[in-house]
Design a protein around this ligand. Structure first.
Ligand code: GTP
Ligand code: MG
Length: 313
């Protein structure tokens, strides 16, 4: 008897809470912590991170599930005043990503405060008629009193539904943000299979990993004068993969720096990249790096296609 009563209280599957889903795009100045946050919320590294500006060049989607909601985070390149064709494509892509989303998350490095770059972004955001949730990031570096002053000042600069103070690095405030987004996104079916964490193919993720190591090891203009492409991804009978990648630079002098004395620099880049690509691929990886001079790769439509950027003639 008791058993029967219990049964009637269990909802049939079709009566269970509906699923929700949607795209949540980050937008912010270079170095604000967008990629760090996407990785933190997804729980795995899907987007590369360095201390240098302009690390991310194209859209990277990282997928998280909270309760019955699938949240697709869209990492974007930082927004800055573009000079080169590549810069323009990056900034255009960033705004495109934001405008296609269900919710936009402007993210500000709270420790740096309201810079000119931030002012410009917040101004342009006023024309974006989507729900906006402001994120003040890097609060682990700040004193509470300074943060409260900044929050008041910046909240007045836009129509934000909510403001969250977070640290993408240590995760503080991130759980509240996830809970908010999970109930704020619209009802609807999930966009991706339950176990998918990014839409970036492995060979592209592998190219990004190598580019991260290059960014970390090279200085001045060199990171910005280079790009990485995976040319070959070949499974071998023993289950390992052979991966061949090309690092494009603009000049012979840059090639010499990437190679380093007796090839030491490219070797170190390769070792660091191989370790991480292996982890991502969950198998042993044999990585071969080639450095090529391609003077105008920054004006070559083929390179843009590989990066996932629009080429504007
Ligand atoms: N202390 C601290 N550092 C952070 C935090 N979030 C990001 N960082 C650091 O800020 C730097 C830039 O982080 P990224 O995630 O690459 O920033 P981004 O906004 O994606 O930068 P771009 O791709 O260049 O636009 C890295 O050195 C991060 O470790 C944070 O919450 N606290
Ligand atoms: Mg980034």
């Amino acid at each position: 008897m008791t058993q029967e009563t219990d049964d009637t209280t269990v909802p049939a599957p079709e009566e269970a809470a509906p699923t929700r889903s949607g795209f949540v795009a980050l937008i912010g100045a270079p170095n604000a912590g967008k990629s760090t946050l996407v990785n933190q919320l997804v729980g795995t590294k899907v987007s590369i991170v360095t201390h240098k500006v302009q690390t991310t060049r194209a859209l990277v989607r990282g997928i998280a599930i909270r309760d019955r909601t699938q949240i697709v985070f869209v990492d974007t390149p930082g927004v800055f005043a573009p000079k080169r064709r590549l810069d323009r494509a990056m900034v255009k892509t960033a705004w495109g990503g934001a405008k296609d989303a269900d919710i936009v998350l402007p993210i500000v490095d709270a420790d740096r405060g309201i810079s000119d770059e931030v002012e410009t972004i917040l101004e342009r955001l006023r024309d974006v008629k989507l729900p906006k949730v402001l994120l003040l990031n890097k609060v682990d570096r700040m004193r509470r009193d300074r943060l409260l002053g900044l929050t008041q000042e910046i909240s007045a600069k836009g129509d934000f539904e909510r403001v969250f103070m977070i640290s993408a690095l240590d995760g503080s405030g991130c759980d509240d943000l996830m809970a908010f987004l999970a109930q704020r996104l619209p009802e609807g079916p999930w966009y991706y299979p339950e176990d998918q964490i990014t839409d970036l193919p492995l060979r592209q993720l592998a190219a990004e990993i190598t580019r991260e190591k290059l960014f970390l090891r090279l200085h001045q203009e060199l990171p910005y004068a280079s790009t990485v492409e995976t040319e070959l991804w070949q499974a071998r009978p023993d289950g390992s993969v052979r991966v061949e990648q090309t690092i494009y630079v603009e000049r012979d002098s840059q090639k010499a720096i990437v190679l380093g004395h007796k090839g030491e620099t490219v070797k170190a880049i390769g070792q660091a990249a191989r370790r991480e690509i292996s982890e991502a691929a969950e198998t042993k990886v044999h990585l071969f790096l080639f450095v090529k001079v391609r003077e105008n790769w920054g004006d070559d439509p083929e390179r843009y296609r590989e990066m996932g950027l629009d080429y504007t003639p």
